[in-house]
Write a protein that binds this ligand. Structure first.
Ligand code: F6P
Length: 341
């Protein structure tokens, strides 16, 4: 069998672990040939690929990023790919394509599958917002990085009697904010799923200072919004990939709190540091298992499917099911963390 693999969308710790696992299972066990398309779907469209043998994936398990490169695909180019799907299969002689990516990549994977490409998807995103899988790899690493950052920020915040507003990633879903905020003991958490009122945050900070706790850490997801009428904060434009350009809620909220409290409030934007660097052990293991199961599915001819974690098992689920809706933080998870909302 000849298997094509690509990584698309935002990078994520664990991508290299999947690539390595696909190559190990396919080459060492099945004597398959594996090719890696460069820079996501762009490499597929432009015929840019290279052979991946055991040597090519040696030493990459713990490396962040992706050795294949990644990119986002504009909708017009995706349509072009779908129209040429069968030609591409013939041209590259691939019997299976394994795209590793988030919601956008898997939506594209589904379209390519519907257009006739033999596709087995592997979900990835630090946001953990793909429905049908209990977890995506990369999420554990992002939560670990954000937690460590907040642990560190607490000591400096306390020394200077400051409010720290820590903005973490999470475009539509607040999983990173929820779990890192809980793990770090943040004093408030703001999620995209539940608009917040800055007045509640002011009250929380004032109560803490009144009790002699002269600092606070507020964890805010980049996609969080204030409730209508509570604070001046606009929606951004939509970029060419269909994503809202955020206005910087961490900075806006820190300024607002400083104004209302008359105390120093500093924004800290963690940004891409959450996505860079080595994956945690958990993410390496999950990524490796996904890669192994993707090759197995390809050999069983289970196309149009995606690997998923259910409990402790890896199962295959239809791509169609995986991309219909995002997995948002449910109310009961917010209730568990209510004391910090
Ligand atoms: O989807 C993963 C993610 O890291 C989001 O949390 C974030 O909003 C987005 O990607 C950032 O994308 P880019 O790297 O293109 O700025």
């Amino acid at each position: 069998m000849r298997i094509g693999v690509l990584t698309a969308g935002g990078d994520c710790p664990g991508l290299n672990a999947v690539i390595r696992s696909v190559v190990h299972r396919a080459v060492a066990h099945y004597s398959d040939e594996v090719i890696g398309f460069e820079d996501g779907y762009a490499g597929l469209l432009e015929g840019r690929y290279r052979a991946l043998d055991l040597n090519a994936v040696s030493g990459i398990l713990a490396r962040g990023g992706t050795i294949l490169g990644s990119s986002r695909l504009e909708r017009d180019r995706l349509r072009e790919a779908c129209e040429n799907a069968s030609d591409m299969v013939r041209e590259f002689g691939i019997d299976a394509l394994v795209p590793i990516g988030g919601e956008g990549t898997l939506t594209a994977a589904r379209m390519l599958s519907d257009a006739g490409l033999p596709v087995v998807g592997v979900p990835k995103t630090i946001d953990n917002d793909i429905s049908s899988t209990d977890r995506t790899f990369g999420f554990d690493t992002a939560v670990t990085v954000a937690t460590e950052a907040m642990d560190r920020l607490k000591t400096t915040a306390e020394s200077h009697q400051r409010v720290m507003v820590v903005e973490v990633m999470g475009r539509h879903a607040g999983w990173i904010a929820l779990e890192s905020g809980m793990a770090a003991g943040a004093h408030a958490i703001c999620l995209p799923e539940r608009p917040f009122d800055p007045a509640d945050l002011v009250k929380m900070v004032e109560e803490r200072f009144a009790r002699g706790k002269k600092f606070a850490v507020i964890c805010v997801a980049e996609g969080a919004h204030p409730a209508p009428g509570t604070m001046d904060y606009g929606h951004g434009e939509i970029d060419k990939y269909g994503h809202e350009r955020f206005q910087g809620i961490g900075t806006a909220l820190a300024h607002e709190l400083e104004r209302r409290l008359g105390k120093e409030a500093r924004p800290v934007i963690l940004g891409h540091v959450q996505r860079g660097g080595t994956p945690t052990a958990y993410d390496r293991v999950l990524a490796t298992r996904f890669g192994w199961h993707a090759v197995e599915a390809a050999h069983r001819g289970e196309f149009g499917m995606m690997t998923a974690l259910r409990g402790t098992d890896i199962v295959m689920v239809p791509l169609a099911e995986a991309v219909t809706e995002l997995k948002m933080v449910p109310k009961d998870r917010m209730d568990e963390a209510e004391s910090v909302f």
